[in-house]
Design a protein around this ligand. Structure first.
Ligand code: PLP
Length: 409
């Protein structure tokens, strides 16, 4: 008789976006003529830009010729891509990395979900609240979270509330923690930390031999100065942080799938005898068993992001989404809602009006404005009373959605 991993039974019955889909599908079936505008899930709408698609096609053609055909590639990814990543995303910011510290992958979601495998089951995990659910759920599956308490928090995790009161900036944990997930710019609140604020976390991790799992999937949306684009801009961060980056949100790779994770060689974890071990070696060891690399044409396409034309084209796309973000912020502020984020991030975090709860506000927007958001409570108990909208829809739909919401007043 097979037995199951009972930790899975501790998970909430449905993943947040599945529940949203259920509600939207039900509404759409009951109202087939409703023109629903989706501003819920963080998926992009703009196609891959020409500089990238051209190289993508060329990579596919190479696969059809005996002379240029590529079989299994290097586990870490091809150097032609890693060289570009290091040059543009790190050297340009004064950060030195070596090629063996960068791991090309098929997504920041799988990597940020899988990374916990190289850490012991007894690590105390801290997450910001609200939070991207992957960090919580991957640790629950691995048995680090315990049961869900009545307060909507897993007993074994340390939650760092991010609320209107603290400006959505998490405070350092009151008790010792070993692993800290930080996502900046933040999904879902849109918050960023400046250099001083991020330094506090790096210092905390250094003092406590903790590791920061830094998800920078939205780095390309940073507009303001003094906001670090990489945690390694902070002195000493290479000794305490793993960084996840993704081509999904900066270049439209959500369906194409390509991302990378940086695991510096200075970073160590400890065994039960307090001997140190390289986390870079452990992550590489995991990859060689469980991963066979990202497809060659996709890595060729990803490298094209860094060409001058690729950079220009992706900047235009980000500017387009950020214009949507500004429209959402302004329109909702104008009708008296309290609105956060949307300045250095494609997410706008809205306080629900009149103290209604997140799902009530979700249903109200769906039914009265045919606009789909994401209920804040789906990201954790401190998200109750908020709703997230994304700037990833078209300009036309964004304007239409804001007009409809304004008319609800
Ligand atoms: N990290 C965060 C914080 C996200 O919000 C998302 C997607 O919504 C991802 C990672 C997923 O990235 P990828 O498409 O590279 O798996």
């Amino acid at each position: 008789m097979s037995s199951i991993n009972e930790n899975y039974l501790l998970l909430e019955s449905s993943y947040l976006f599945a529940e949203i889909d259920n509600r939207v599908t039900k509404y759409q079936n009951e109202n087939p003529d409703a023109d629903i505008i989706r501003m819920g899930i963080g998926d992009v709408t703009k196609p891959l830009p020409p500089a990238i698609i051209d190289k993508f096609k060329a990579g596919v053609d190479e696969m059809g010729q005996a002379e240029t055909f590529m079989g299994y590639g290097p586990y870490r990814g091809y150097d032609f891509l890693i060289d570009e990543i290091i040059k543009h995303d790190y050297q340009a910011r004064g950060i030195k990395l070596d090629n063996e510290e960068v791991f090309v992958s098929e997504g920041a979601k799988p990597d940020s979900g899988n990374i916990q495998e190289i850490f012991g089951a007894d690590n105390v995990v801290a997450v910001t609240d609200p939070v991207y659910p992957v960090y919580v759920e991957s640790n629950i599956m691995a048995g680090r979270g315990g049961a869900m308490g009545e307060d909507g928090k897993y007993e074994g995790l340390v939650y760092l509330p991010c609320t209107e009161e603290n400006g959505f900036v998490p405070e350092l944990p009151q008790s010792h923690v070993d692993l800290i997930y930080l996502c900046l710019p933040n999904n879902p609140t849109g918050t960023v930390l400046n250099r001083d604020e991020l330094s506090k976390w790096v210092n905390y991790a250094r003092e406590n031999k903790a590791v920061i799992l830094f998800d920078a999937a939205y780095e390309a949306y940073i507009q303001e100065d003094d906001i670090p684009h990489s945690i390694y801009e902070i002195d000493g961060a290479k000794e305490v942080a793993i960084e996840f980056k993704s081509f999904s949100k900066n270049a439209g790779f959500t369906g194409t799938r390509c991302a990378y994770t940086v695991v510096p060689k200075e970073l160590f974890g400890y065994d039960s005898k307090v001997n140190s071990h390289s986390l870079n070696d452990l992550w590489y060891r995991r990859l060689t068993t469980k991963f066979n690399g990202v497809s060659y044409p996709i890595q060729v396409a990803a490298a094209a992001i860094y060409s001058p034309q690729g950079q220009k084209e992706i900047k235009d796309i980000i500017d387009y989404y950020m214009e949507n973000a500004a429209i959402i912020r302004e329109s909702l502020t104008e009708i008296g809602l309290n609105v956060y984020g949307g300045v250095n991030s494609p997410y706008i975090w809205i306080k629900t009006p009149d103290g209604i709860d997140s799902w009530e506000f979700f249903d109200l927007l769906l039914e009265k404005a045919n606009v789909v958001g994401t209920p804040g409570v789906g990201f954790g108990p401190s998200g109750e009373g908020y709703l997230r909208l994304t700037a990833f829809n078209t300009l036309e739909n964004t304007r239409k959605a804001m007009d409809r919401i304004a008319k609800l007043q």
